[in-house]
Each structure stands twice: as C-alpha cells, then as structure tokens.
Design a binder for this molecule. Structure first.
Ligand code: ADP
Length: 220
C-alpha cells in the first residue's frame, strides 16, 4: 500500500519540487491544487475563469472549488494507491473537508510534513523562479541567468503570473493568516505534524525528508 502524505509550508519553500521527489520515491501521484488551478487557467475552462482574479492577486481560491478538485482526484483511480498532497489543505475548512473525504473512504494519513525556511529566503526563491512554458521545468535565475532559455528543451522561460513581487508579499501574508493555523491543527491530530528544515540544496532537503519518513516508518 502506498503512502498518504501532506506536504505543507509557505509559498516558495519547495513543496512542489520536494512533493515530486516524495511522489516518485513512493510511486504515488502528487496532487497539487496549484497545478490543477494553473491547468484550468491555461485551458480557459469556466472554473479557470472563475478563479483567475483570486489567483492573480495571490488570494486563495474559494474552499469549495479546491475541495471539488480534490474530491474528483480521490474518486478517480489515480489516488487509490496513495498520494502526496501539495498545496492543499490551506485553510481550516479545507482541512475539515479533507478529514471528511478521508473518513468516508476509510483512509488514514501517514504523515503531515511541514517544510520551513526563513521569509527572506522565500521571497528570493519565488521572485527568481522561472518556469518553462513548454516542458514545465521549474528553475531559478541563479541557476540559469536572466532571460535564459529552458536548459532542457530550449523553449522560453517565464515568470508565473503570481510570482511578481507585489503578489508574492500578499501570498506570504495570506499564508500566515489562513494556512499557518493548520500547523497547530495537525500537531493536535492523531497523525501529528513533522517539521522539516527546508533550507539548503534540493538534494539536502530531499534526503532530510526521506530520512524523516524512514525514521517515522521504523517508529510506526
Ligand atoms: P505556492 O505554494 O508557491 O503559493 P501553489 O501553486 O500551491 O504555489 O499556489 C498558487 C496559488 O493557487 C495560490 O496563491 C492560490 O491562489 C491558488 N491555490 C492553490 N492551492 C489552493 C488551495 N488549496 N486553496 C485555495 N487556493 C489555492
């Protein structure tokens, strides 16, 4: 049976990248509400049009929208063998909704991971983040330079529309106000909360996460 994990943390802490490492390692899908929302935006679906103003302002999209996306993913066969939830839940009502979805399906979480890094580091990581419009690579101007092409496929690298400086500050404020309370929520839950240092290289953080889960596995 695959693992069932939540990876939480502020914008820019590396949830997406590390969530992908975890998903690969355990052979389960990574379910990212941010990716689902971006897919709807790019495809111009009615749902995408409905959430565009929230997304571009760095605000959270309404709880019922993301709960609907997650319920759909759970009801497909995709997540039946386990999952890594990335960027969800982000509010107490979302966490309550997730609790109901899991209870209805007799599923228990194996771990809730909280990745942590200082705020200056987050702003730097996000404002320098670039994504490939063609293959989806996520990189940083530190690694590739300004105005570089994608090192993997040669297409143009672009900045995510919510990665502009004004929006980033709002996303961090929204995180502190609406998502941070979930750390205490999960710390009090039966699963508990496992904090992991998100600073250092991608590989260092990845190894720290793997080690944390291995230790948890032995203890459990
Ligand atoms: P980051 O964690 O770096 O902010 P994400 O891709 O997870 O990146 O989220 C980007 C944006 O997508 C958020 O600012 C918000 O507008 C929207 N979003 C993603 N997940 C959720 C969620 N669970 N609830 C509400 N809005 C969400």
């Amino acid at each position: 049976m695959g693992v069932r994990l939540i990876i939480m943390g502020p914008p820019g802490v590396g949830k997406g990248t590390q969530g992908e490492f975890l998903a690969e390692r355990f052979g389960v899908p990574r379910l990212s509400t941010g990716d689902m929302i971006r897919a709807a935006l790019h495809a111009g679906t009615p749902l995408g049009e409905r959430v565009r103003v929230y997304y571009e302002a760095g605000e959270l999209v309404p709880d019922e929208v993301v709960l609907g996306l997650i319920a759909e993913a759970f009801d497909g066969s995709e997540a039946s063998g386990g999952f890594v939830l990335d960027g969800f839940p982000r509010t107490i009502p979302q966490a309550d909704g997730l609790g109901e979805l899991l209870a209805d399906r007799d599923i228990e979480l194996d771990a809730v991971l909280s990745l942590e890094a200082p705020e200056e580091e987050l702003v730097d990581r996000i404002s320098g983040r670039r994504v490939c419009g063609s293959c989806g690579l996520v990189t940083h101007v530190r690694a590739v330079g300004e105005d570089a092409a994608c090192p993997d496929c040669g297409a143009a690298l672009v900045q995510r529309s919510d990665d502009r400086a004004e929006t980033v500050r709002n996303r961090l404020a929204v995180y502190r106000a609406q998502t941070e309370p979930l750390l205490a929520y999960y710390a009090r839950s039966a699963t508990g909360l496992t904090a992991v240092d998100g600073t250092g290289t991608l590989e260092a953080v990845r190894d720290r996460l793997f080690e944390t889960l291995r230790v948890a596995e032995m203890a459990g």
